[in-house]
Design a binder for this molecule. Structure first.
Ligand SMILES: Nc1ncnc2c1ncn2[C@@H]1O[C@H](COP(=O)(O)OP(=O)(O)OP(=O)(O)O)[C@@H](O)[C@H]1O
Ligand SMILES: [Mg+2]
Length: 258
């Protein structure tokens, strides 16, 4: 299936529902991401964003609905997704290089992954830290290491769960600038989970706004700006206001239904 502009649909989710022990979290959720598209899932805490990513990876099984990659249905853990969980999950007893090469080790491609990792350390701002341990790195560096590990996966869709959520506001801004610059180089389809409105506006081709559970998409915003900068971001008050009204509007609906 194709998007209206002719771009192929890399990922498609149709009518996904999921409950934790009988408590519905997602209800009839549908979304898609085009080939190479950067899509953000923006919604309040607890609305089910991480659950969506876990369903895509196959860690959780949906109660109903389908997940398609390149128009083929996925029902098990597949090699299509590289998943960066909400916390960096670096092993403290492994060096940064060993941490970064973990998936290569698991998939029996250690040598190739190590070569590629070493070549990418400077690009990820980690040059010189190959043999350091995670405790010697700042929070931002650890997140970049976790990101490099995800990017080294040969998967074509990156699932990033609040990759900068735990960082202070200045480091987070630096990481967002860095990811914006990396977007072209990565050349992958990306699904970014965030509850940071500015992060979503700054980085995304399209933002999907989720309402609280049972989660659904209340709005979808396309952002076509090619030349993004912090100055451009600071001027996006109308967009910010619109997104806020959608999020707070859906929060109100949640309260009314309880
Ligand atoms: N393992 C679990 N067992 C039962 N309930 C769970 C489990 N994991 C998550 N939940 C519940 O499901 C809902 C959605 O959780 P999820 O982690 O997907 O939210 P989120 O949108 O990622 O939140 P945050 O922005 O805080 O990370 C929450 O109400 C949460 O309490
Ligand atoms: Mg989460």
């Amino acid at each position: 299936m194709n998007l209206t502009d002719g771009t192929a649909r890399k990922l498609e989710v149709r009518g996904l529902s999921f409950a934790y022990e009988g408590r519905p979290v997602l209800e009839n959720l549908s979304l898609y991401a085009g080939q190479g598209e950067f899509v953000s899932l923006l919604g309040p805490s607890g609305c089910g964003k991480s659950t969506i990513l876990k369903l895509l990876t196959g860690i959780l099984k949906p109660d109903s609905g389908e997940i398609l990659v390149d128009s083929c249905r996925i029902s098990e853990i597949s090699g299509h997704f590289a998943y960066m969980p909400q916390n960096d999950l670096l092993f403290p007893w492994k060096t940064i290089l060993d941490n970064v090469c973990l998936y290569g080790e698991i998939h029996g491609t250690s040598e190739k992954t190590r070569k590629e990792a070493l070549a990418n350390f400077p690009l990820f701002g980690l040059g010189g830290y190959e043999n350091s341990y995670p405790s010697a790195l700042s929070g931002g560096m650890r997140q970049r290491a976790a990101f490099l590990r995800t990017a080294l996966c040969q998967a074509d869709i990156l699932l990033l769960d609040e990759p900068f959520g735990a960082l202070d506001v200045i480091t987070r801004s630096e990481m967002q600038d860095w990811l914006l610059a990396m977007r072209e180089k990565l050349n992958r389809t990306v699904l970014l989970v965030t509850h940071d409105m500015d992060e979503a506006i700054y980085l995304s081709d399209r933002i999907l706004i989720l309402n609280p559970w049972p989660s659904g998409i209340v709005d979808e915003i396309s952002i076509n700006e090619k030349k993004r900068s912090r100055d451009w971001l600071y001027r996006q008050n109308d967009l910010r206001r619109h997104i806020f009204s959608k999020i707070s509007g859906s929060a109100g609906r949640k309260e009314n239904t309880q």
